[in-house]
Design a protein around this ligand. Structure first.
Ligand SMILES: Nc1ncnc2c1ncn2[C@@H]1O[C@H](COP(=O)(O)OP(=O)(O)OP(=O)(O)O)[C@@H](O)[C@H]1O
Length: 247
């Protein structure tokens, strides 16, 4: 349980003259479920992009599974990224294809190109794909076109894609922003299942209560800086008041 999944030292990222994140020191160990809290524009998505290696830090260092993400050969970096499953705000689903194809996209790294292409021509839902869809309550939708599903159902397709990938680290950027409270709790429960006991979850949230119900630790970002890092039991309301207070 003590393996460092993520380690940031003085990490930050600027875009031109604008600083999205700066001076972040953060270590996340296997099995932790970390809620990232902060007002809009605080740097939450930028932090997740540094964590999955899709953005490089412009200051400090970011290590994933013990290897710095900067300066790695592309192949090694892809190898690390295979261990990371991301649900982005836009979900990154291909709308025009069947649900099955979007779920199987979670296996592309495992399959390689020839098998992935074959599966596009001869879609065959095997037990793993069906199991992942049934786990999110969408067994019936395996052959539906993705664009015909509701927003909440599409969100669950993205989670089935994670379940099939079996990543060691799940990063979810506001996965429940557009959902009602019951669905939100359900989706966070599913994300918990995508990260089994050896897995690790980092999730950005706007509702602190969901963090209390589903996470083991909370970090707060304000104007690009880490302003608290606390076990979930110690997430006091004054920390939240300061986090969301207007400057
Ligand atoms: N690619 C980019 N180019 C320029 N500025 C960017 C870029 N990405 C983020 N920023 C800026 O960095 C800051 C932090 O953005 P970020 O998206 O990380 O915030 P956030 O906390 O995720 O916000 P939200 O809750 O609204 O999604 C913002 O001021 C944003 O405008």
């Amino acid at each position: 349980m003590n393996e460092h999944v993520v380690r940031l030292e003085g990490a930050g990222r600027s875009f031109g003259a604008s600083t999205a994140l700066t001076g972040v020191d953060l270590t996340i160990r296997a099995g932790e479920r970390v809620a990232v809290l902060g007002a809009s524009g605080a740097g939450k998505s930028t932090l997740l992009a540094l964590l999955n290696g899709s953005l490089q830090p412009s200051e400090g260092s970011v290590e994933l599974f013990g290897a710095a993400t900067a300066g790695l050969p592309a192949r090694t970096r892809r190898g690390l990224q295979r261990r990371v499953g991301t649900v982005s705000q836009g979900l990154d689903l291909i709308e025009q294809v069947r649900v099955l194809h979007n779920v199987n996209a979670g296996r592309l790294a495992e399959w390689g190109t020839p098998r992935a292409l074959a599966s596009l021509v001869w879609p065959h839902p095997d037990e793993r794909a069906l199991g992942a869809l049934e786990a999110v309550g969408l067994g019936w939708a395996v052959h539906e076109r993705t664009e015909r599903l509701s927003g909440g159902e599409r969100q669950r397709v993205a989670i089935a894609r994670l379940l099939i990938q079996r990543p060691d680290l799940v990063l979810a950027d506001e996965p429940v922003a557009s959902l009602d409270p019951t669905r939100a709790a359900e989706v966070l429960g599913l994300l918990g299942r995508a990260t089994d006991s050896r897995g690790t979850l980092v999730v950005t949230l706007h509702q602190p209560q969901l963090a209390r119900d589903h996470c083991t630790r909370a970090i707060g970002l304000r104007e690009g800086r880490l302003v608290f890092d606390t076990p979930i039991a110690d997430l006091a309301s004054h920390l939240l008041d300061e986090l969301y207070a207007r400057a």
